[in-house]
Design a protein around this ligand. Sequence first.
Ligand code: SAH
Length: 253
Amino acid sequence: MTPTFHLIGAGPGDAELLTLKALRVLKESKVVLYDALVSQDILDFIPESVEKIYVGKRAGAHYLKQEETNALIVEMAFKYGSVTRLKGGDSFVFGRGQEEIEYAESFGIDSYVVPGISSSLAGPTLAGIPVTKRGVNESFWVVTATTCSGGLSKDLTHAAASSATIVVLMGVGKLELIAQLFSMYRNEDEPIALVQDASLPTQKVVIGTLKDIVERANERDVRPPAVIVIGEVVALGKESEIVAASSNSKMSV
Ligand code: SAH
């Protein structure tokens, strides 16, 4: 039988934001390789009998190199006949999911992908920020602040020059540069928000303007992972420490 590889997006952290399909595949798995951004509540859904291997990275501290993760996927697929990879958000949004699929397929492994709710959507939504609003904007863009070479993405300049709502991932460490760049193209009173730990009990939302966001973020001690949202729609958002609309009740599945 051809070995299989399931690439699953776990969503932003709240276990209730996992899809039913993801949950089914997790329960049927033999081995799950998971990332740092996958929450404990989600790992708790994986049966005891399933082998769980942490392959995550955190800014600064690398556990496994991407090549090592790729090799492990292939090794486990041949050992167990199937392997599941669990990633934060959606695997194809700055998640290197395609690299893993291509590597697995080069060994003749069949690949399947299960979409996840990306933090780029869940972050703004859980802060009460509609990424689009009729009459206010015509698009929302998702941009990484950090390119593979570590520099600031040139797309951020195009984003700043547009009238779109901009969602920036991997940008907390570059907040000052981002605010400066956007101030060159947009009004310095334009609202900007940071949503840290979106969907988790530790969720923190900080809203300011391009002018004062760095100071506000420092005051509130914002840390990664956080998404940055820039645009007029941000003014509709709500600052809160806890996700207002979420109940803490756990799914009984
Ligand atoms: N594939 C992921 C993104 C991976 S890049 C997704 O679709 O969500 C990692 C970046 O995602 C972090 O630097 C941060 O900007 C963002 N991120 C991931 N999870 C988050 C969360 N729960 N809250 C806020 N930002 C998050």
